[in-house]
Design a protein around this ligand. Structure first.
Ligand code: PGA
Length: 244
């Protein structure tokens, strides 16, 4: 189902004191305003704190990664079921930082999305091309390969995912895709998903989204919301995006 959704990705940032302030602001200021839902994906050690701070609010929360395995000898990993025990609704999978720095393949990303679904979480599956790929005109080919792997791994269950288009060259660089560039890729992804029988998946854009540029991105017909990194650490900026 397509919903308006803004998700913060704190990445490896935060601390008990600064989290408490940020979470309290979100819990106090966000009234479940239509037409968007709001969520934050926090580092796993802060899930209990996040659950306590947001539990009674309309703000949802999640993790930034899950293991593709259900349980066992996987030192350092966090399972989707563990995240679910702390009230998580979402699990980001296949963020470009995980793909690039931790060698996660399309196959592993699809398996992680499956593990999240098995635990009752909504996977936010990330796709996106590197700068060199865009310059070679390969954007369509790359994101198609990534989304096809998700469809191949999940079958019908892909309809329960959120898909985030995050061009790697726009992440943390201050260089956002133009609304037209974002829409081109979102329209392609939606067409591809529709061919797989599920055209109404929620599609987020991510990469240097700020309060100042969110409105023009959200005005695009196939952009349903945003996955927000740096700007999600600042309550005013993050709430500004959610209300754009
Ligand atoms: P950014 O990150 O908003 O800081 O560019 C987005 C993301 O990596 O999810």
């Amino acid at each position: 189902m397509r919903i308006g959704l803004v998700v913060g990705n704190w990445k490896m940032n935060g601390g008990l004191a600064s989290n408490a302030k940020l979470l309290a602001r979100l819990a106090d200021d966000w009234r479940g305003e239509v037409p968007r839902r709001l969520a934050v994906c926090v580092p796993a050690p802060y899930l209990a704190q996040t659950q306590a701070a947001l539990g009674d609010s309309p703000v949802a929360w999640g993790v930034q990664d899950v293991s593709e395995h259900a349980a066992g000898a996987y030192t350092g990993e966090v399972s989707a079921a563990m995240a679910a025990e702390f009230g998580c609704r979402y699990a980001i999978v296949g963020h470009s930082e995980r793909r690039r720095l931790h060698g996660e393949s399309d196959l592993i990303v699809a398996a992680k999305a499956g593990a999240a679904l098995d635990a009752g979480l909504v996977p936010i599956a990330c796709v996106g091309e590197a700068l060199a790929e865009r310059e070679r005109g390969e954007t369509g080919r790359v994101v198609t390969r990534q989304v096809d792997a998700l469809v191949a791994g999940l079958g019908d269950r892909v309809r329960e995912c959120v898909v985030a288009y995050e061009p790697v060259w726009a992440i943390g660089t201050g260089r956002t895709a133009t609304p037209a560039e974002a829409e081109d890729v979102h329209a392609l992804l939606r067409k591809r998903l529709a061919e797989a029988g599920t055209g109404d998946v929620t599609l987020l854009y991510g990469g240097s989204v700020k309060a100042a540029n969110a409105g023009s991105l959200f005005a695009m017909p196939d952009v349903d919301g945003a996955l927000v990194g740096g700007a999600s650490l600042d309550a005013d900026e993050f709430l500004g995006i959610a209300r754009a």
